[in-house]
Design a protein around this ligand. Structure first.
Ligand code: NAP
Length: 326
């Protein structure tokens, strides 16, 4: 089954996820959808120093939004902030340093951001990694793909819900991956202890499936906020170059630009047409698309999804920090 699933997925990718796929899909885009002024609105983008996140930061800053770039490396972050300010001619671009793989830091960051009194209209969960050797963080014992792609996203999103809820029509956009189509939710091995041999590509795809399930569950739990997740296609970014060198070598002439990869992120974050669309969907090239390949047996039950979310909450609970007011 997994060979069939992977082969079907790769054929689909060649047609839809490449720059040719973007050229074809973008013929149906409405240019006016992005013709918006978002002055006065505030956008937080994780992993904003590079690739898709940086392109989204530039695009949103050009439309007048306040941009909070959340990056793990102070030097790369500051260089990117200067570049975003220069390219957009928007000075309201702020840098926050956070390693998304460290749950205590994620909790502390969210708390400090809320305490600062800054508003937030849109959270873009973009930071992501594919770590190909099973790596466990020494300070908390968490596997790195899981702590960055799943737990970090869950902790940041849920911690910021009260702040997002203060704004009308607030949104959360999560950059997942079409790679998740080859995985069924597996809530019983969140840290890949039983994955033998460890396979970073499949661990990443599992995390990306988890993000899709999380998006659906958040949409049900928090109806006042609009949640979406999206696949950027195959875009030429450092993540692809460094984590998937063989794929990159074969595909480099057919990859999308990072700007093309960021298009649907920006559309979901700023377009006026988005709030009227159902919450909790999965998007590709400004269209909601199926979360499952035909005959792929990747659908999970409501019980499996509830249990997964409870496990995430239980793990997150261990890392919550005391509020400065308590
Ligand atoms: N490019 C594609 O074809 C493709 C396809 C499907 C999905 N995606 C998704 O798109 C998103 C953006 O990736 P990209 O392709 O634009 O690659 P990228 O340019 O390498 O960007 C990834 C960003 O995530 C940041 N990041 C990684 N681990 C982090 C951590 N622990 N804490 C904070 N930030 C962290 C990176 O920071 P550093 O610069 O410090 O490493 C970088 O800013 C990811 O979620 C990825 O899974 C990309």
């Amino acid at each position: 089954m997994s060979f069939f699933r992977n082969a079907v997925w790769f054929m689909k990718g060649l047609k839809e996820y490449t720059k040719g796929g973007y050229a074809s899909a973008s013929k149906d885009f409405k240019a006016s959808d992005l013709d918006v002024d978002v002055s006065g609105r505030s956008y937080m983008i994780t992993g904003a120093n590079s690739g898709i996140g940086k392109c989204a930061a530039v695009a949103i800053a050009k439309k007048g939004g306040t941009v909070h770039m959340v990056c793990r490396d102070p030097k790369r972050g500051e260089e990117a902030r200067q570049a975003v300010k220069e390219e957009s001619q928007n000075q309201d671009v702020q840098l926050h340093i956070l390693d998304m793989s460290k749950p205590r830091d994620v909790a502390r960051f969210a708390q400090n951001f809320i305490s600062s009194g800054k508003p937030l209209n849109v959270l873009i969960n973009n930071a992501g990694c594919m770590v190909n050797t099973r790596t466990v963080n020494s300070e908390d014992g968490l596997e790195r793909n899981f702590s960055t792609n799943t737990l970090g996203v869950h902790m940041l999103t849920t911690a910021l819900i009260p702040l997002l809820s203060k704004q009308e029509k607030s949104r959360v956009v999560t950059v997942t991956s079409g790679g998740m189509l080859v995985q069924k939710l597996n809530g019983s091995d969140l840290q890949f202890e039983k994955m033998n041999p460890f396979d970073g590509t499949m661990a990443y795809a599992q995390n990306k499936r988890q993000q899709v399930v999380m998006t659906e569950q958040y949409a049900k739990k928090y109806p006042d906020i609009h949640f979406s997740c999206m696949h950027p296609g195959w875009a030429d970014t450092p993540a692809v170059q460094n984590s998937m060198p063989d794929f990159y070598e074969k595909m480099k002439t057919r990859l999308r630009t990072p700007e093309e990869g960021a298009d649907t992120v920006v559309w979901l974050a700023v377009s006026d047409s988005v709030p009227s669309l159902d919450s909790g969907l999965f998007y590709q090239d400004r269209q909601s698309v199926s979360k499952h390949l035909p005959l792929a047996w990747t659908k999970s039950t409501a019980d499996e999804e509830t249990t997964f979310m409870q496990k995430l909450d239980n793990i997150a609970q261990q890392f919550l920090v005391e509020s400065p007011d308590s």
